[in-house]
Design a protein around this ligand. Sequence first.
Ligand code: MGD
Ligand code: MGD
Ligand code: MO
Length: 769
Amino acid sequence: MSLGDAGEAGFLPHTSHWGVFSARMRDGELEVRPHPGDPDPNGILENFPAALRHRARIARPMVRRGWLENGPGPDDRRGRDDYVPMAWPAVLDLLGSELMRVRDGFGPGAIFGGSYGWASAGRFHHAQSQIHRFLNTACGGYVKSVNSYSSGSSQVLVPHIIGEYEDLTKRNVSWEQIAEHSEIVIAFGGMALKNSMVAGGSVSKHVERGAMQRAAERGCEFVLVSPLRSDLPDEVRAQWVSCIPASDTALMMAIVHTLVTEGLHDRAFLDRYTVGWPVFERYLLGETDGQPKDAAWAAPLTGLPADEIVALARRLAGKRAVVVVSHSLQRAEHGEQPVWMGMVLAAALGQIGLPGGGYAYALGAIAYYGRRFNAVPVPTFSQGRNGVCDYIPVARISDMLLHPGTPYRYNGQTRTYPAIKLVYWAGGNPFHHHQDLNRLRKAFARLDTLVVHELAWTATARHADIVLPCTMTLEREDIGASSNDPLLLPMRPVVPPYGEARDDYAIFADLAERLGAREAFTEGRSVRQWLEHLYEPTRAALAARGLPAPRFAEFWESEGYELPQQPDDGGRLRAFRQDPERNPLATPSGKLEIFSETIAGFGEADCPGHPAWLGPVHVPDEAAPYVLVANQPRTRLHSQLDFGGHSGASKHRGREVARMHPDDAAARGIREGDIVRLFNERGACLAGVALTDGIRRGVIQLPTGAWYDPADPEEDKPLCVHGNPNVLTRDIGTSALAQGCTGQLTTVQVERFDGNLPPIQAYDPPALA
Ligand SMILES: Nc1nc2c(c(=O)[nH]1)N[C@H]1C(S)=C(S)[C@@H](COP(=O)(O)OP(=O)(O)OC[C@H]3O[C@@H](n4cnc5c(=O)[nH]c(N)nc54)[C@H](O)[C@@H]3O)O[C@H]1N2
Ligand SMILES: Nc1nc2c(c(=O)[nH]1)N[C@H]1C(S)=C(S)[C@@H](COP(=O)(O)OP(=O)(O)OC[C@H]3O[C@@H](n4cnc5c(=O)[nH]c(N)nc54)[C@H](O)[C@@H]3O)O[C@H]1N2
Ligand SMILES: [Mo]
């Protein structure tokens, strides 16, 4: 452990979800440079300089004119109204009274504070913790959201069939094991480096490229199952199996069918470590429904030749094989099935719990996975106690607002959507993350009040009644850390706040005062006192281990230091393999559940008791003949700093770029560099076009994150001129089991856009009244 060298020439250490870096201001320009220890820095850092003082930043508190004139209440002018600037004390008085009106008149159960979103790195100014603590201490609580847009279906499924989610995702097959032990990696949805360059909180070393390179050099084979060739790095020379999107479950079944009929499956493993194989095997062989799930059956469903599937199965057998399933596969209708079937495939191969083998669900989807945990706790800001127990699965927000009082199924329960009057958001962008944005606009129109803290004029901020400008990470002090990245870092402010922007903490502290809860919220601490307070448990844990434990003042002046880490021991699944009786999994049976009595007992048609092929979903038809893959963007994190230089440079004539196969383009008279209109029954958007043979025919890819930019917000389904795919995606849960987000896939039509190109207005602040 070392405190590192003192910063050079004014560069101050800082961190972001896309990597650790340092920054300084020079001649009015921001300079950023990656952490010196990072072998593979993330280009997304380059979004900071142009974003810092961009016109898209919010300079002053604002109140929507219609809300100010008419008071709280449903209003479809949200998203097309103008704004009235207001001084901080006045706007906080106004908001304080509105919160009291709702809290005292309807109860805290009428406040939705789920506030999903990634906000910024930093353990204290973590916007979700701040808003939840505020609502808990000052409002008596709030209706929350559970699970994430990332893994909404796997998070619900995995505890039933494998056990604790983190035992599968975070304490399992590591990058070190891949580099050293794996003989074959089959990655459904790939492990795109663009994705693993990001992690919530902090990442000081991007190790994924190096680990995959080392594995490939050692002779490890890679198989990429994905509609996009770029989902594994070129360096690993993967076999590219380009299946029809959402057909992976059928492919996995046919692989397992081949293993079984050729006697290549690990019977001993299935007997000892799983329950329910006999039931599933009868289904697989067609004994229950007359349809063997063999390669010939899967061929038309997956778009792959049957002999290729058979060869793939033989290639996997008898090797130290690891099955990877990316989050993307479960962000689609029936998304539970490929996650469950991936476990069954890995179990049939018998490698679960061995170094570099088994089931590495979500490895490479994000830099959380495949790493070691720290041996000491990192600073954590307490959210307090929520007095409301009601919640929704996170992606059901529009359903909740449009259908209060309506029952819905979730994880074996019948629940009822609450009646929400006020939504408070800090640190997320529903106009980025949610599906069917035209429906979301209608849902937000139902509210009495929408409050948003933002650093920039996102579409969410433009729909809010009260918009409070918050600081950007570079404008405040914090501690950077993450439970499985070793670097603990003082984040020092590089520039003063923009305009009148304030920290979320300062805003909430002053609001809490108006609700009589300042002391409960702040505990009397300044920001610096909080940082010192949050740092102390880490320091004490270091001291208890007899390790150097610098005092806060020393830490604060340093470049950060590395925390001790736990061994890479394969976690619970390794222990389970070694002794399943003494180390059972946290499932009802203590084993891997190929058949789950619990899930079968829920009786959901769209998620039966074992993995099943429930028929194709996201199927193209005449009106929408292409499958759209709306995946994560390479040049930014979601919608964050879309107005930055790196994000802007990847666009074409200011629009997000869609990728399609040259044959598909030719058939529609589309050429490289054209602007196209993508559309379906839900909406339409414009995008630039790039042609590539690295995409499966019939598939179009348009990443998420270009800010929603309606040409004419007065329309019911306005054209988004900028290329936000969520005007096209469908707002429906993965299944009645998990109700997860299904935004990854939808179907669309495409045509060349020859009209006058509407200007991009997404970054222009709204009109002032
Ligand atoms: N179609 C489709 N949709 C998807 C996905 C997909 O694959 N396809 N992926 C989904 C996934 S996995 C996710 S995780 C979501 C991500 O969805 P979000 O997490 O909502 O997206 P972000 O753009 O990261 O939004 C964070 C917002 O917080 C703001 N912010 C940053 N720092 C602060 C701060 O300190 N305080 C406050 N108050 N605000 C701050 C940023 O300006 C930004 O607007 O999107 C989901 N949506
Ligand atoms: N640069 C960058 N990195 C990110 C993020 C970001 O916004 N920007 N977001 C982060 C977050 S919050 C998360 S949750 C993760 C998300 O991690 P993922 O959900 O895994 O990431 P995606 O890029 O959406 O999808 C990965 C790939 O899956 C493939 N795919 C889509 N559908 C199918 C299918 O049906 N079958 C198969 N076999 N493949 C399919 C697509 O080609 C896509 O490129 O990424 C994280 N990393
Ligand atoms: Mo995510």
